[in-house]
Write a protein of this length. Structure first.
Length: 233
């Protein structure tokens, strides 16, 4: 039991310390973007399920590989808040509240938006590449029908943020579990959503690697030689 507790402190201690550093009275302000994202996702889900609102949500927030690139990029920011109709919306809301909330507290709003945007954009662009490669290309290729499948919604951003937070706050085992879970998802059910999740993870890992190299070079110039990611929020 003591070994497990020590492991938990080592794994999640820095992240928990960053969250605890925010006074309770400031939490509503610190989570303003996250709370807005949860509310927007819930509203879009309700509107999406109505006969009068389905077309509207599709027009402003549904991204497909078959769309012109300019239109897909225009819809991409709002697509993060359009959950899949065939999945329980409470799952998407809980993911956004937890992961976006932790990210907003620890990374700030600009950092959260940057990582979430990178992950979502990577999934969107991968779908177009995968369809162009075709099903005959192992691992990367997608069948032509996937060009008309709507992108992942908030899940790519959530996965990307979870991996980045794990790296940033040295919760490497947690980040590894997220990555392995997404790999298992693709192995069990190799669909567009699963492969978009892996594309999002790949983009975020490249960001982590680039940040680590920049920090190492900066540390070398300062004479510290440290390339570990800082954990201050």
């Amino acid at each position: 039991m003591h070994t497990l507790a020590r492991w938990a402190r080592a794994e999640w201690g820095p992240l928990c310390a960053a969250v605890r550093a925010v006074p309770v009275r400031r939490l509503p302000r610190a989570l303003a973007m996250t709370l807005g994202a949860v509310a927007l996702t819930a509203v879009l889900h309700v509107v999406h399920r109505q006969p009068w609102g389905y077309g509207f949500v599709q027009d402003v927030g549904a991204v497909r590989a078959a769309d012109p690139l300019w239109l897909a990029l225009l819809r991409t920011p709002l697509s993060v808040f359009v959950p899949a109709l065939d999945l329980p919306v409470w799952g998407a809301l809980a993911q956004i509240l937890l992961v976006f909330g932790l990210a907003e507290i620890c990374l700030g709003r600009p950092g959260t938006l940057a990582v979430a945007g990178l992950a979502t954009l990577a999934g969107t662009l991968y779908a177009r590449l995968g369809v162009r490669l075709g099903p005959d290309v192992p691992l990367l290729g997608l069948p032509p029908a996937d060009a008309h499948v709507v992108d992942t919604g908030p899940s790519a951003a959530v996965v990307g943020l979870a991996v980045y937070l794990g790296w940033r706050y040295r919760a490497y085992a947690t980040a590894g579990v997220v990555v392995l879970g997404m790999v298992a998802e693709v192995l069990v059910k190799p669909n567009l959503a699963g492969k978009e999740h892996l594309a999002a993870i790949a983009a975020v890992l490249l960001l982590c690697a680039a940040t680590a190299v920049r920090q190492r070079r900066s540390g070398d110039r300062l004479g510290t030689g440290s390339g570990r990611p800082p954990i201050q929020s």
